[in-house]
Write a protein that binds this ligand. Structure first.
Ligand code: PMP
Length: 414
């Protein structure tokens, strides 16, 4: 074993990779290098088997049947809530609303929490680095209510200018929003500090945790925010799963967003009453098999340990950054002090999409485009970037293959 292949942290990446069947496949005759993890993660066999097992052995609807299968399906679904509450260090499992993902979680807050409060002249504060999911729902409810959406600026390093964010927390702001980790830059925002200042001013804070939970331990009570939105498919779980954690007092006060089965106490034409939160927000049949998978995904993270996983990812990111920085004519977007392994960049004279297409021919999957962050692209003055996003199951050898493919692609495009 030479220095290139020796594990660089106490983390057995080869053993972990063996759990991910898809990582063994070839693409265009080349071993797959999957560096599109910020888009969606791959799934370990434990999660795939849990979904498969659900349909083979336990399939039934939740909370409707008293038969054995219904109880088993409900146990898997409610078990996911317990695991999510544990993952986020929620004070209670009843603070966890199961959703289809971050987009639904944020829209739930927009329509159920924000919209009823908003008056003309009010504002919602977000930031320039947000994913569209943390911008557009606010614009929609602002348009309905006469409120406005304000965006706190960032600097050239891709860091939030925190003093500016805090200065923008003026009395007309009825809700503040921020990503925990940027999906384009990897920047980790100082959520605890922001939450402290929001509390001082009596402004509730929503955190988009989509890109944080796959990489680091999260404790919503220690962070001190009011809402924390996550999506399952970026953290080893099936698509169509996610959660909104919210303080109990908010969930108690919020009216339902979707109406239908499962969210009621009694339906009468002279007045329907609703179930207690979180069920009040969970109308209809959910992605039960997906939630059976998310529970197992969280157990999988626990078996690895976030400390070891994070150390490995950080080593890998530093190595990837070093190698990318060696390339003449490279421009890296985002050089924040504290960051997760998401690297956006461009090469002189090459379109991001052309590079991504050529990388694909070498088996390397990266994302090119605006990454659902138009305002951030506008800030940097580019229409698109190439984004390599790493996960704990990636290796140094994959970074080397990615760099070799990149150099080859650049040569072809010159
Ligand atoms: N916020 C961030 C920071 C994201 O990266 C994403 C997914 N790209 C979302 C929100 C939306 O997540 P979903 O599509 O799973 O709802």
């Amino acid at each position: 074993m030479n220095a290139q292949t020796r594990p660089i942290a106490p983390f057995d990446v080869q053993r972990v990779r063996a759990d991910f069947p898809l990582l063994a496949r070839q693409v265009h005759g080349k071993p797959l290098v999957y560096f599109d993890n910020a888009n969606t993660s791959q799934k370990p066999r434990q999660v795939i088997e849990a979904v498969d097992r659900h349909y083979r052995e336990h399939n039934a609807n939740v909370a409707r049947a008293v038969h054995q299968l219904g109880e088993e399906a409900t146990a898997a679904y409610e078990g996911a809530r317990d695991r999510l509450a544990g993952l986020l260090h929620a004070a209670s499992r009843d603070e966890v609303v199961l959703t289809s993902g971050t987009t639904q979680s944020i829209n739930l807050v927009a329509y159920s929490f924000a919209l009823p409060k908003l008056q003309p002249g009010d504002a919602i504060l977000t930031t320039v680095m947000e994913h569209h999911a943390n911008i557009v729902p606010w614009q929609l409810v602002a348009a309905r209510s006469g409120a406005t959406v304000k965006a706190a600026p960032i600097d050239e390093r891709g860091e939030l200018i925190v003093e500016k964010y805090l200065a923008m927390l003026t009395p007309e702001v009825k809700l503040a929003c921020v990503a925990h980790v940027s999906n384009v830059l990897g920047t980790v925002n100082p959520v605890q500090e922001i939450a402290r200042e929001c509390r001082r001013r009596g402004i509730p804070l929503l955190v988009d945790g989509s890109q944080a939970v796959p990489h680091r331990p999260v404790d919503v009570q220690a962070l001190g925010c009011d809402f924390y939105a996550i999506t399952g498919h970026k953290m080893l779980a099936p698509t169509g799963t996610g959660a909104l954690w919210a303080k109990r007092e908010h969930l108690q006060a919020m009216p339902p967003f979707f109406g239908g089965g499962e969210m009621i106490r009694e339906v009468r034409f002279d007045g329907t009453t609703f179930a207690e939160p979180p069920h009040k927000f969970e109308a209809g049949t959910p992605n039960i098999a997906g939630f059976a998978g998310i529970g197992v995904a969280i157990d999988y993270y626990a078996s690895l340990g976030f400390e070891a996983l994070h150390a490995w990812e950080q080593e890998l990111m530093r190595y990837a950054l070093e190698r990318i920085e060696e390339i003449p004519g490279v421009r890296i977007f985002g050089t924040a002090q504290e960051r997760e392994p998401v690297i956006s960049f461009l090469l002189d004279g090459a379109q991001a999409t052309d590079l991504a297409t050529l990388l694909d021919l070498e088996g390397v999957a990266v994302r090119s485009g605006h990454h659902c962050a138009h305002p951030l692209m506008q800030f940097f003055g580019v229409p698109a970037t190439l984004r390599a996003s790493l996960a704990f199951y990636n290796t140094r050898e994959e970074v080397d293959a990615f760099i070799a493919a990149l150099l080859k692609a650049r040569k072809l495009l010159r």
